[in-house]
Each structure stands twice: as C-alpha cells, then as structure tokens.
Design a binder for this molecule. Sequence first.
Ligand code: ZN
Ligand code: ZN
Length: 277
Amino acid sequence: MLTDYHIHSSVSVDGVDTMTDMARASYARGVRALCFTDHVDLDFHGTGLPDPDCFNCRAAMLEMFQTARRETPADLRLALGIELGEGNHDVERFCEISSSPELDFVLGSLHNIRGTIDFYDLRYTSLSEVETLAERYLDELIELSNLPYFDVMAHIGYIARYIRRDGFRDFAVTMDNYGDKLDIILKNLISHGRGVELNCSGLRRNPPEETLPGADIVRRYRQLGGEIITLGSDAHKTAHAGLHLAEGAELLRGAGFKYVTIYQKRKPEFIPLSKLD
Ligand SMILES: [Zn+2]
Ligand SMILES: [Zn+2]
C-alpha cells in the first residue's frame, strides 16, 4: 500500500480531474490512504493581494468528495483536507477556515511572501535578489511554523524550484545554506506537535529534481526528534497520481523514519513504513 496526503482535483484552479478520477488513478497505482488537498490560498496568485473569496469552493468540494466516496473502492481510505496557503498573512482567516469541521487535514503552505506574486510567477534576475527573497521566504515559514492552525507544513523549499528554472542552477535550500532558519522551523513544528510533508512532485520532473524538502532537511528533522511526516504526490491530474510515493517512502526509511503519518479528523495516525512498497 501507499499513502498520498497531497493531491488536487478540479476543485483547484490548476487541477484537472474530478476527485473520483484522481482517487481511481491513485488506487490503480497502489494508494490505499488518500487525502484531497485542494488549494485555498488567502492571497491571489497573480497579485499577492488578499482573496476574500478563497474558500468559495467549499460547497463544490464537499459535494465532489461525497461523490468520490460513493464511486471508489471500499478499501481506499479517503480523507478531505485543504492546502491552505499564506495563513501567516491573515491569521484570523487562517484560524476560521482551518477550523471547518469537515476537514480531516490541513496542509500549511506558502506560495508567495507578503505583497508579492506567487514564486512560480516571479522572475528571478540577480543573485542578490534571489538571496533576499529566499531569506524572506524562510522568515515567513518561521512565522507560519508558530501558528497552530495547520497539521503539516507543505513543500519546504518550494521557492528554489523556480529560482533554478530562471538560470540559478546551483541554488538550493539546504541545511548547509540555511541551517539556522530551517532548524527554527523544524523545532517549532516538533514542539507544537505538527509535521513536515515530503512532497515527491520534484521526482517526476524532467530532469528529476529533489523532493521538497530535500533529504538532508528530512534527516535533520528526524535527528531533532521529528516523527510526523506525510507523503504527497502533489498530483494535479490523473497522469501524475500516485507517482514516486514509493521512492519517497524509501527516502524516509533511509532518514531513519519507521512510520508515515496520515490524518483523520485532524488526528495523526502512524502507518509502519514496512507496509509501504
Ligand atoms: Zn503548494
Ligand atoms: Zn499542492
């Protein structure tokens, strides 16, 4: 069996397929515990300004989830979560949305820093600008790590993917480069009983990239006493469902983890990694 606690359906603006189709494709690739985490971003991607309607997808999301429950195999454990972005930009809204009772799981993510557009849409032109942005990104992850309204921090190091795309091929968020700030984030998560996601989407890129976070950060998290870690494909279409999760599980074993985490009704449950293949 495999677990996937980061997947998008057509509820997300950048998602393609229904929850039923995503679940069936995941099941066919061996996933037996799956959590939908469609985007709820407090800021508009294109402007970085607050989006007051960001959770208007709620009714459609619930309806599609109930349909998926009816239309998928009984031995597939389905959970409903959200990928809640930029929570530190509006803490009140973060608290309000994350306390929605239907949610099994809340991924806390950061796609843009205050007042700027998504890292994906930014263009990176100079090394000094890149370094400043990376510091600000990590400072905001520290803020996020102190807030109690999510379960697991998504894709630590997300900014690096797009910096490399724009020509800074050697840029990376690693323990060597940013160990002081990463340690603060990881220690905060551990002390508040929250976890880290191992986002496997980089493994399907061409050429393949590291997981987010990279193996060195995952090892450090374990060394510091981190136990809660989820696996995520971050698939946005059926073609990507379930891919590279087994490699992610292998990376976790290599880093010293014995369990991968899933959530139901915001409570962690630990699945032995020996059961994942
Ligand atoms: Zn994300
Ligand atoms: Zn995502």
